[in-house]
Design a protein around this ligand. Structure first.
Ligand code: GLV
Length: 330
């Protein structure tokens, strides 16, 4: 191996048959975290001699982690969300950051819909009840849930995944309302069969509300006690975006107090820890951040991140023009 080739840090094994393509261009330093995740100091240490890195959403990279990484030019995130990266700090240093949109849109929208159906129709609660041997006789009013068909779906955050959820909702005969930082062009609204409403209106009118917006300091706890109080007590809340969007103790209170019917959560504020208040509730469906976790999609995400990193470091057919740059090189 030539010592003059750029050095790339791969902090965990990611489909070796795909990430192995990095070896064609780079000296790849492959490591695995000693515990479940790297500490900030460990990330800084691994970035010190690196020109690039291919990271997942549990590697957090900001000013502290890049302070002693003078060669670092590119960080490819294997996720569409990039709240694990301090884009401003990277941008100020001229480090290109990339993400993996599009390839995970449909898979994540599928999971959002699965959580919505499971929560509204009490699927996991019903299964737990059956497995616990409580089904001793059939009865007419056992585990009554809430319909999806004919109901009003609210989508908070109408990007690619939000639109994917809206397309599915149309097939279920739901009316879709959405709220977004910017209203979408009419043609996109017509395609998604979705109508723009204000935030409070969305909360008040949704029978089911799905959160698909990016997490940032501006959207921190966008669903707090006040927002929950504006929702219908019969409503379902689904979060497939980031845990920090929801004030979890307030959500647990609302679910326990009958002020919200059910919730489906794939993401948590302190994940992988899940609050005991949520674990104790019967009317919440909990999955471990698996929105994009189909084999085909996870492989496509790694392939895209590899393309991004190769291009961002000046190689391959898109040299200098990574397909999914979040920041631009100065
Ligand atoms: C997963 O959460 C992602 O952002 O891709």
């Amino acid at each position: 191996m030539s010592g003059s080739r750029p050095r790339v840090w791969l902090p965990r094994p990611l489909f070796g048959d795909i990430s192995g393509r990095l070896d064609e261009y780079f000296d790849v330093v492959r490591t695995s975290p000693a515990g479940d995740e790297y500490s900030s100091a460990e990330v800084a240490d691994h970035l010190r001699g690196a020109d690039g890195a291919l990271v997942t959403l549990v590697e957090r990279i900001g000013a502290n982690e890049i302070a002693n990484a003078p060669n670092l030019r590119a960080v490819a995130n294997v996720a569409v969300g990039y709240d694990n990266l301090d884009i401003r700090a990277l941008g100020e240093r001229g480090i290109v950051a990339t993400n993996t949109p599009d390839v995970l849109t449909e898979t994540t929208a599928d999971l959002g819909f699965a959580l919505l159906m499971a929560a509204a129709r009490r699927i996991t609660e019903a299964e737990r009840w059956l497995r616990a041997g409580q089904w001793t006789k059939w009865s007419f009013d056992t585990l009554l849930g809430c319909d999806l068909h004919g109901s009003t779906l609210g989508i908070l955050g109408m990007g690619r995944i939000g639109q994917g959820i809206a397309r599915r909702a149309a097939g279920f005969g739901m009316r879709t309302l959405y709220h977004n930082r910017n209203r979408l062009p009419e043609t996109v609204e017509a395609e998604a069969k979705a109508r723009y409403v204000g935030f409070d209106d969305l909360l008040a009118r949704a029978d089911h509300l799905v959160l698909v917006l990016p997490y940032s300091p501006q959207t921190h706890h966008v669903i707090d006690a006040a927002a929950l109080a504006k929702m219908k007590p019969t409503a379902t809340l689904v979060n497939i975006a980031r845990g920090g969007l929801v004030d979890e103790p307030a959500l647990a209170d609302a679910l326990a107090g009958g002020r919200l019917a059910a919730a489906g959560l794939d993401v948590y504020e302190g994940e992988p820890a899940v609050r005991p208040e949520l674990l104790a509730l019967r009317n919440v469906v909990l999955t471990p951040h698996i929105g994009s976790a189909s084999l085909a999609t996870r492989r496509a995400m790694v392939a895209l991140a590899v393309d991004n990193l190769i291009a961002a470091l000046g190689f391959g057919p898109d040299a200098g023009r990574p397909p999914n740059a979040i920041t631009t090189q100065r």
